[in-house]
Design a protein around this ligand. Structure first.
Ligand SMILES: Nc1ncnc2c1ncn2[C@@H]1O[C@H](COP(=O)(O)OP(=O)(O)OP(=O)(O)O)[C@@H](O)[C@H]1O
Ligand SMILES: [Mg+2]
Length: 145
């Protein structure tokens, strides 16, 4: 892992009268667990999306470790994100959804099987591996994601 630093990070959506995130300053240390709490629409998801690179900073910057992430593409940031809406493939089983990123990384079949089993066990999804996302509860879907 690495530290994450917001330095006056601001995001103004085009056409908006005020920023969705307004000069956020926050330092999160390596290994620290942080929870953002606030009313709906206050900018929590937008802040996370700025770390992942899915939302550009209008001004200010986000650093991962001591590296300025401005202009760095999402795929080059090595950030994992569980989206608020689950972003699962509806046509794939739980096991296939969990394996998908590893398949794209060309991890071997045997290692994928082992890692999916390990994660499923930790998340109490063992019994659900052959189900499709439509047959899961909201919390189960979020754990698959
Ligand atoms: N793509 C977008 N275009 C324009 N405005 C947006 C966009 N995404 C979010 N917003 C606005 O930015 C503000 C912050 O949204 P954000 O999704 O960060 O809120 P949130 O704190 O995650 O809320 P919730 O608790 O409901 O998930 C809201 O006013 C929202 O309407
Ligand atoms: Mg949100």
């Amino acid at each position: 892992m690495a530290s994450v630093t917001f330095e006056s990070a601001t995001r103004v959506f085009s056409g908006a009268s005020k920023p969705a995130v307004d000069s956020l300053n926050l330092q999160i240390e390596d290994g620290e667990c942080v929870v953002l709490v606030g009313p709906s629409g206050c900018g929590k998801s937008t802040s996370l999306r700025m770390v992942a690179g899915l939302e550009p900073t209008t001004s200010g910057r986000v650093l991962i470790g001591d590296k300025d992430m401005t202009g760095v593409r999402p795929r080059s940031r090595d950030v994992a994100m569980v989206f608020q809406s689950y972003a699962l493939y509806p046509n794939m089983t739980v096991a296939q959804n969990m394996a998908f990123a590893l398949e794209n990384m060309k991890v071997s079949k045997s290692e994928i099987k082992e890692r999916v089993q390990w994660a499923a066990s930790m998340l109490e999804l063992d019994e659900l591996l052959e189900r499709k996302p439509s047959a899961l509860s909201g919390g189960q879907r979020q754990r698959v994601a």
